[in-house]
Design a protein around this ligand. Structure first.
Ligand code: SAH
Ligand code: SF4
Length: 341
């Protein structure tokens, strides 16, 4: 919700300021989704607000629930008609994680990613990012679910650090105890390796989690898989991560999409391990292997055995490794499948 606009609206109409707090609590704490639900307000005021201000800047167009009920994908319409997607994931038994989008499309154009295929439409505003949370929380509340959203991951459509200011404001809103109040430790941002963004993030949000999509530890291959590497090659990324770890004392989550025959050989596992050691000691990393999810391109997913082999090689080298569960593949809600159609 545009709280600044609401505040101006209330002032201009001579409405006492305590109404602002009532609305803020109803929307950010109790997840009201429409003016009608905010019954603390007089009916006349609700009516005027309905014509002046949107409760959410995103409108729920479609919801898909996975067969196992462990993933829910939302398609939201923006006010200019563009569409974005947001996914609720049950990564833990008792809490949801919400994967939010930061851009409509993405300019980085990684060839294995459905979001990148269409290029960038535009950056999302801070409210368009935050309101994905509010609308998803409203959906869960309306369904009568007991389980809440415990964490937010900025891993939906778009490269967060190419929309830094909006992402930063959304993170503040989500962490702010007066607003959503999740706390920085429950917020993770994933970047394709935008070096200036990593440096700003270290200063601005030292308590949040940082994930970096590496996918290859050699410049030629990484330049093909993550074209942003041509602007910020591995040498620069290495320095930025070294400084990040030094200043925040935090671990970095390293994402590695496994593409059969492209980046999953023994020597590539060794290279990944060697590169990480140029950055910091193994205890500063969690390598998150993401078996490729189909997006209609030329790539192939590795077999389970090949995934285990690659993970085992890294573990043997002393790294902590997790293999990402592919939740929501049947609703095209898994990593890289968000296209906003
Ligand atoms: N733009 C950011 C965040 C969104 S993508 C980034 O790239 O980090 C979230 C993760 O999904 C990234 O690690 C991305 O590389 C991965 N991903 C993209 N397409 C995928 C696919 N088809 N299968 C598996 N993972 C994919
Ligand atoms: Fe953009 Fe991330 Fe997809 Fe690459 S993987 S195109 S950076 S959303």
């Amino acid at each position: 919700m545009d709280l600044k606009k609401l505040s101006v609206f209330l002032k201009e109409n001579g409405i006492p300021a305590f109404r602002l707090n009532q609305v803020r609590d109803a929307v950010y704490k109790r997840f009201a989704g429409s003016w009608d639900e905010i019954t603390a307000l007089p009916a006349g005021l609700r009516e005027r607000l309905r014509h002046g201000i949107f409760v959410h800047s995103v409108e729920l167009l479609e919801t898909q629930v996975s067969k196992k009920r462990d993933a829910i994908k939302f398609c939201f319409g923006l006010k200019d008609g563009l569409r974005i997607e947001t996914v609720l994931l049950k990564l833990l038994a008792d809490k949801w994680s919400l994967c939010v989008s930061t851009q409509a499309g993405c300019p980085v154009r990684c060839p294995f990613c459905a979001t990148g295929r269409k290029g960038l439409k535009r950056n999302l505003s801070p409210d368009e990012i935050t309101d994905q949370f509010l609308a998803a929380a409203h959906y869960l509340k309306a369904k009568g679910g007991e389980q809440k959203i415990g964490s937010v991951i900025f891993m939906g459509m778009g490269e967060p650090f190419l929309n830094y200011d909006s992402v930063a404001e959304a993170v503040r809103t989500m962490a702010d105890p007066e607003l959503i109040g999740l706390g920085q430790r429950h917020i993770s941002v994933s970047t394709a390796g935008h070096v200036p963004g990593i440096r700003r993030f270290a200063r601005d949000f030292p308590q949040c989690n940082l994930a970096v999509s590496l996918h290859a530890a050699e410049d030629a291959l990484r330049g093909d898989l993550v074209p942003l590497n041509r602007t910020y090659p591995l040498s620069q990324l290495s320095k930025a991560l070294k400084d990040y770890i030094f200043s925040t004392k935090r671990r970095v989550f390293v994402e590695y999409v496994l593409l059969e025959g492209v980046n999953n050989s023994r020597s590539q596992a060794a290279r990944l391990n060697a590169w990480l050691r140029t950055v910091a000691a193994p205890k500063y990393f969690v390598v998150n292997i993401i078996p490729y999810n189909r997006t209609g391109g030329p790539y192939k997913a590795p077999t389970r055995e090949r995934v285990q082999l690659f993970a085992g090689l890294l573990e043997a080298a002393g790294l902590e490794v997790t293999v990402r569960k592919s939740l929501g593949e049947d609703i095209a809600g898994a990593c890289g499948q968000l296209a906003g159609k």
